[in-house]
Design a protein around this ligand. Sequence first.
Ligand code: SAM
Length: 269
Amino acid sequence: MDEAPRRVLDRLGIRPRKSLGQHFLVDSRVALRHVDHARIGPSDTVLEIGPGLGVLTRLLAERARHVVAIEADRRFAAYLRESLPGVEVIEGDALTIQWPRFDIMASNLPYQISSPLTFRLLDKPFRRAVLMYQWEFARRMIAKPGTADYSRLSVGVYRQSSCEILERVPRNAFHPQPRVDSALVRLEPRPAPFPIADPERYDAVVDALFQHRRKTVENGLRFGWKAVATSRVALEAVLPAVPFRTRRVEELSPEEIGRIADAIGMAKG
Ligand code: SAM
């Protein structure tokens, strides 16, 4: 970093916007470790979401063949185009605009979009992602069945990738300082570690069940019947064949949900 982020903000007369999750990384050692963890090769294309003042972007550009950065705030998009001309800066909302093909994602994510962004990422082909999340969110990503943090997110992440918390990053590594610590997380896609007949149906069953994670499977499915069956009657017809139906949703492993989804398949079809 040539100039400290606080000073750049002052010079540009920019006040960070809370609504866009603007907490800038001011600890250059964390930025270096972040980029190291991504293990970028010289032929890689890297996608960064929310480059802000370019603390990570600059380091990424030194290592990658090509860096594409998607930034929602026009003030930063303009600043980056000028200060890092080799980087392709796209101004827009990373949740809605089309992403280019990429090998690696490295980003300090705005916390408001962590969940939809992660689900969107997991549906794309890529080799590795190293992302900064709020600490609690990262804990939910790796949570095990039966724990308070276990959620639709934990199941979705487990189904599609390996996921590891690399380090806890204290809140004072950012400006303005957020209220909670962060975590650097590495995701690497891999095939589901258990058989899934129909991934779309699996995701629909996960969505329906986790609307009511404390209910039993059968009651959860009754509440969410629209997502998994053509009618209530069709669901009731198949329920006796559904395994684990008296267990609570929050206690089911991703594999067990897979067996439920396969049994439900008959109700939908
Ligand atoms: N990468 C910078 C850093 O580490 O200092 C900034 C990180 S800051 C946590 C998040 C950045 O994401 C901000 O620059 C913000 O403007 C941008 N942002 C917020 N919502 C966005 C969205 N929907 N799409 C793209 N960028 C977004």
